[in-house]
Design a protein around this ligand. Structure first.
Ligand code: MTE
Length: 317
């Protein structure tokens, strides 16, 4: 097995997941409930849909069936296959849970998860998710803006970045016990401070109207919809405001393949595959995977392009 096998498309993934799951019933339930209240940031999901429809591509705002969202996962602490996180997370305890907020803040604090949700609440956000492996979903999250937590913590003037750390629990996470995989634990991620404060950046505590299941990052994970999915660190235990660019797991493992920024960009291919289009999980047929063109910043350019003005996005990928 090549060291850099993951994340990358596997031939086995070409089989559409919808063949395994009952899609229609779930989609109906979602459309009637959570999604009615879902946020559609500044019409971001709608633009470009007419062009996609004209080509016969499915609309980008069609929510991915719940069973795909919760059974087709990347969470390497539980294993390397897409089905592992749902199947091998049975002994993971996501309660009680604490999140330490520290570093360059006026009020460092260790929050109990329930205190976090009591203070910051949760709202619905329907976001596209584009994995660096060239597949995508549309996911109805519940959560609160990371910016709200950072503002409450009081970010100091010399702060520039925010670092995130995942839980380490080998006794509950089989992927942390096997020495097979070359990611190091804890899984770590980072954002520039302005990215962290952007109103689209979410700390998710729920999906499809339920508390996050283990496989999706229980009880709290990051969602940054204009970046590749690996930025969305799961099961967060620590958020540290810092003046230095923090190390990030995939960048440490393969810096030439996974950048710090990881903004979705159809013009910058992964060294081993194209990023110009994406397979739509939950659509298509056994014989023909459903694909659509990938959009700059995953379709959120109107909201976030200004963050990267003057940067060479080929070099800072
Ligand atoms: N967070 C942790 N702690 N461990 C992981 O392996 N995988 C990342 C990200 N967050 C990962 C993680 C990757 S590669 C992706 S694509 C997304 O989680 C997948 O999120 P999902 O399974 O909820 O779709």
């Amino acid at each position: 097995m090549a060291v850099y096998r993951y994340p990358c498309p596997l031939s086995s993934e070409i089989t559409p997941r919808h063949l395994f799951f009952s899609r229609r019933a779930l989609l109906g339930a979602a459309a009637g409930g959570v999604l009615a209240a879902g946020l559609n940031p500044a019409g971001a999901l709608a633009d470009g849909e007419a062009a996609a429809a004209a080509r016969g591509w499915p609309a980008a705002e069609t929510p991915t069936p719940k069973n795909d969202v919760t059974h087709y996962n990347n969470f390497y602490e539980f294993g390397m296959e897409k089905s592992d996180p749902a199947e091998l997370s049975g002994s993971f305890h996501s309660r009680p849970w604490q999140v330490q907020v520290d570093g360059l803040v006026e009020h460092p604090q260790t929050w109990d998860l329930d205190a976090l949700t009591a203070r910051f609440g949760h709202e619905d956000r329907l976001y596209r998710m584009r994995c660096v492996e060239a597949w995508s979903m549309v996911i109805p999250w519940q959560g609160f803006e990371l910016g709200a937590l950072l503002r409450a913590a009081g970010v100091k003037a010399d702060a520039r970045y925010v670092a995130f750390t995942s839980v380490v629990r080998p006794s509950e996470m089989p992927g942390q016990r096997s020495g097979l995989f070359s990611l190091h634990w804890p899984y770590v991620e980072g954002l520039r401070l302005d990215e962290a404060l952007h109103p689209l950046t979410l700390l998710a505590t729920g999906v499809y109207g339920d508390p996050l299941p283990a496989q999706n990052g229980a009880p709290i994970r990051l969602v940054v919809p204009w970046k590749y999915g690996f930025k969305g660190i799961k099961s967060i235990t620590r958020i540290t405001v810092t003046d230095k660019q923090p190390p990030t797991s995939w960048n440490q493992m393969a810096p030439e393949e996974y950048g710090f920024y990881a903004n979705v960009n159809p013009d910058v291919d992964h060294p081993r595959w194209s990023q110009s289009s994406e397979q739509i999980i939950g659509e298509g047929s056994l014989f023909r995977a459903a694909r659509r063109p990938t959009r700059m910043f995953n379709g959120y350019a109107e909201q976030v392009a200004s963050l990267y003005k003057g940067m060479d996005l080929r070099k800072e990928f």
